[in-house]
Design a protein around this ligand. Structure first.
Ligand code: NAI
Length: 472
């Protein structure tokens, strides 16, 4: 059976970008329909990404901290792991947030329709669920259909031991050994979860470094820790073949320094990046332009090449991060509602939620060197922070890159516990055009990790008394 309806705003995708767009448009007085293939709102981030991974990373961080207390005179017994209870705990957190979003949608009278959306033309979308189809027309459409895990070519199909971030987060069991393919954000976060829960984790990364987007110095403390937690980290190495073995194990051939090496693993996790879900929308029936990388082309108002259609989040550009999607979603909703709005941030923060956390925003040193951008660097080592020492976090550091012409902040990199929270001060400094003196003269509470941002600025200003820096 097919029916049709009209709405002022149609939002495709109920992730952090899509529901923010839908709610903002509803708050601005529009009739909004929000469509998602999943019955639960929240998208990949809530259901199969950011939130469940953080629930697991919290557990493994506490396990690790409990173990580290033995150096401080408190020893616990070996942890007993009940995977079913861990899974239920994680699912309960996700459900609580699903229900929160659903009740906010209801309170705003946003109509939620479960189904897969495909375009019929520039002005119509078909939404299908099981044997039901309906056509929706709209004044404005906001596409927030997200991304999916990229896959290696020629891997065995439907093998339950070949995981993506989605199935790895299902935490079916704790394998004795596993190979993580990809040393980016997902690879190191989930690798640390599985290693702490008891798997022997090996990791293979194509490039010479882990977390290639971040500066080497802020990744180093994490890399040192992962080297202890993982069985092996194979950098600059490439997976050339994956086969099902005779036993249930997966046979993997890895090219290391030009020589093929052969391994077998109980499970492998493929975390080699994500691709925009552009193919699922039948965009060929529209005039929406798509880039060579498969993203939907947008301008600074998130408008596509069709005037009344917007695209936001992972489907419109990199970085594929929830907080970027949320901001873009609000911009698209506001522009569609006739408000002056533009997506024009000076920076977007990145956080790796491992232990230690790694976070950075704005200019990185690697980028500055590649682009020939001039900068002056100031660092505060956490080995000089009383708070960090008390926490056993001496390996951390806070680094700020300043513009040598006017002393404003160009970029910040932090490694250590809570780096992901601390980076917000760097973001605010960049957005507000703060200079070193603004930060150094802002009274920060002592003893906190947050004061390392002010102390790094004091290093730049030459006013630091918590370190001795010989005069040049
Ligand atoms: P990624 O782009 O962060 O890392 C993928 C890594 O795989 C890269 O280092 C790449 O060099 C490597 N690689 C690619 N092909 C390979 C091959 N054949 N063999 C070995 N290594 C190979 O992608 P990832 O980790 O899959 O994450 C996907 C997206 O999800 C990212 O865009 C990230 O921004 C987002 N995400 C963000 C999180 C956060 O903000 N904490 C957490 C999880 C995901």
């Amino acid at each position: 059976m097919s029916k049709s309806k009209h709405t002022e705003i149609l939002v495709i995708g109920a992730g952090p970008g899509g529901y923010a767009a839908a709610f903002r448009a509803a708050d601005l007085g529009k009739k909004v329909v929000l469509v998602d293939r999943d019955e639960h709102l929240g998208g990949v981030c809530l259901n199969r990404g950011c939130i469940p991974s953080k629930a697991l990373l919290h557990i493994t961080k506490v396990m690790d901290e409990a173990e580290s207390l033995s150096k401080m005179g408190v020893t616990f017994g070996k942890p007993k792991i009940d995977v079913d209870t861990i899974r239920q705990h994680k699912d309960k957190i996700v459900l609580q947030l699903n229900n929160g979003i659903a009740s906010m949608a209801k309170a705003r009278k946003v109509e939620f329709i479960q189904g897969s959306a495909t375009f019929i033309s520039d002005s119509e979308v078909q939404v299908s669920h099981e044997d039901k189809n309906q056509t929706i027309t709209y004044d404005y459409c906001i596409i927030a259909a997200g991304s999916s895990s990229s896959m290696l070519p020629n891997i065995p199909k439907d093998n339950k031991n070949i995981l993506t971030s989605r199935t790895a987060l299902d935490l079916e069991n704790i394998p004795k050994d596993m190979l993580i393919i990809g040393g980016g954000v997902i690879g190191v976060e989930l690798g640390q979860v599985y290693a702490t829960l008891g798997s022997q984790v090996s990791l293979v990364e194509f490039l010479p470094n882990l977390i290639p987007g971040a500066d080497r110095d802020i990744v180093k403390p994490l890399e040192r820790k992962l080297k202890k937690q993982f069985k092996t980290i194979m950098l600059g190495s490439k997976v050339v073949d994956i086969k099902e073995g005779k036993s249930k194990k997966i046979k993997v051939t890895i090219d290391r320094d030009g020589k093929n090496e052969f391994y077998e693993y109980e499970k492998i996790l493929i975390a080699i990046g994500r691709k925009p879900n552009t193919d699922l929308l039948n965009l060929g029936s529209t005039s929406i332009a798509v880039t060579d990388q498969g993203f939907i082309s947008v301008d600074s108002y998130q408008r596509t090449s069709v005037n009344n259609i917007f695209a936001i989040g992972d489907i419109s550009d990199n970085p594929m991060l929830a907080h970027k999607a949320t901001h873009q979603g609000k911009v698209a909703a506001e522009v569609a509602c006739g408000h002056p709005s533009i997506f024009d941030p000076r920076a977007i923060p990145s956080v790796v939620y491992t232990d230690p956390e790694v976070a950075w925003c704005g200019l990185t040193e690697t980028q500055a060197k590649n682009e020939g951008t001039k900068y002056t660097k100031a660092e505060f080592p956490w080995a000089a922070s009383g708070r960090a020492i008390a926490m056993g976090a001496n390996q951390g550091k806070t680094k700020i890159l300043f513009n040598p012409e006017n002393n404003t902040v160009l970029g910040v990199g932090i490694v250590g516990p809570s780096a992901g929270d601390l980076i917000s001060e760097g973001m605010l400094a960049i957005e507000m055009g703060a200079d070193a003196e603004d930060i150094a003269l802002t009274v920060h509470p002592h003893p906190t990790l947050g004061e390392t941002v002010a102390l790094a600025s004091e290093v730049f200003d030459g006013t630091i008394t918590d370190l001795f820096i010989p005069k040049k």
